[in-house]
Ligand binder design. Structure first.
Ligand code: SAH
Length: 355
């Protein structure tokens, strides 16, 4: 039997071509996105033979919920299993300070790859390298499952979960076009933020897309020396190349971008870095989102104390830069960056070793 196609990875016109007459496609899409049907069998306004054919030809669910954790601050974290049993994380965040102006109550953070190839030294997601790209359906379905599990309408999206989104460019863009489409979830492009480790050529490609997405760049160091120490990608795309791509993005789009800047004790939290960061942000008219480092089990990096983080922020502000300092959300549920998956995998590995 030929592999079934994931229905949530298809555009409306593709589905219409596969399911004549065309109005059928709209009926099906309504069941998938509006009513969030669990199975083709429940799509009761479709004739039985159509439902049977759909079930034979298509997969409805690309992800399955394995585990949910609630934090005291209302952040919720979801561990999803894919059909090949790979695990990914998705987070529902009550607000995204620094990324959007309004208080967005329902921001979902999606993953784009199983693991990550970029191996940032501080990050839990890349510890075991990358296994594969997520399909468009697997990206779309994370949002749908969060909506369904929480009964909340998702208004904003940040592509900051596991993986490097711009390394899975085609599937990412397909998924975002679907999530943005009025026949699917209708999430506004300006409410979607893509975060990248700094893949300069892909930033240029994104700048040329018609979709008005927001861009966040994980800078984490204001000099090559600091970036090289913690982000191996900087050897391939050094700061000068990255910033030129950012320049191109800003000038093509006429949109502000955000620099994310992790604060790691004695690595990048020196005031000399703050001054250099201010110069970069000024040149690009960028905002800076400061993120105090979240400890990762097994890694030695530390978070600077609050005063030091505030001082770093103050230095940027004094230089005229808009800089937010993220208040931690969800640290009690390992909300950051690959940690729930890490814990789950370690726990299951431990339990199998007892067998
Ligand atoms: N690959 C993309 C998106 C995924 S990571 C990127 O690099 O931007 C999302 C953000 O979380 C990045 O800024 C990343 O550097 C940051 N991050 C990774 N590990 C972290 C940790 N332990 N604490 C806080 N932020 C972390």
């Amino acid at each position: 039997m030929a592999d079934k196609r994931d229905i949530k990875g298809l555009y409306r016109d593709e589905l219409a071509e596969l399911c004549a007459p065309a109005y059928r496609a709209d009926q099906i899409l309504q069941w998938v996105y509006e009513k969030q049907a669990d199975s083709f069998a429940t799509m009761t306004n479709l004739p039985a033979p159509v439902r049977e054919r759909l079930a034979a030809d298509f997969e409805l669910n690309a992800v399955q919920s394995v585990h949910t954790r609630h934090a005291t601050d209302t952040t919720e974290k979801f561990l999803f299993q894919l059909r090949d049993h790979a695990l990914i994380e998705t987070v529902l965040i009550p607000a995204t300070p620094g990324l959007t102006s309004q208080s967005d109550r329902h921001t979902v953070c999606v993953s784009t790859q199983v693991g990550c190839a970029y191996g940032c030294k501080f990050c839990a997601s890349g510890l075991a390298g990358v296994r594969r790209n997520l399909t468009a359906a697997e990206i779309v379905d994370q949002v749908l499952h969060v909506q369904k599990l929480t009964n909340e309408q998702v208004s904003n999206l940040v592509v900051m979960g596991m993986g490097e989104p711009l390394a899975n460019y085609d599937n990412l863009l397909r998924a975002l076009r679907i999530l943005n489409a009025p026949w699917a979830l209708g999430i506004g492009a300006r409410k979607i933020t893509v975060s990248t480790v700094g893949l300069a050529p892909r930033i240029r490609q994104l700048a040329d897309e018609p979709m008005q997405l927001r861009l966040a760049v994980s800078l984490h160091g204001a000099t090559d020396a600091v970036r090289n120490q913690i982000m191996p990608v900087n050897k391939k795309h050094p700061l000068a190349e990255l910033l030129e791509a950012c320049d191109y993005y800003v000038n093509t789009r006429h949109r502000m971008l955000t620099f994310e800047y992790l604060l790691i004790e004695d690595v990048n939290d020196m005031l000399e870095q703050a001054h250099k960061l201010a110069a970069i942000a000024r040149r690009l008219h960028a905002k800076v989102n400061l993120i105090p480092y979240n400890l990762v089990d097994g890694l030695a990096w530390k978070r600077p104390d609050r005063d030091r983080c505030k001082m770093f922020q103050h230095t940027l502000k004094t230089a005229g830069i808009t800089a937010t300092l993220r208040t931690e959300k969800g640290t009690d549920i390992a909300a950051a960056c690959g940690q729930l998956r890490l814990q789950h995998t370690r726990a299951t590995q431990d339990s199998t070793s007892y067998l």
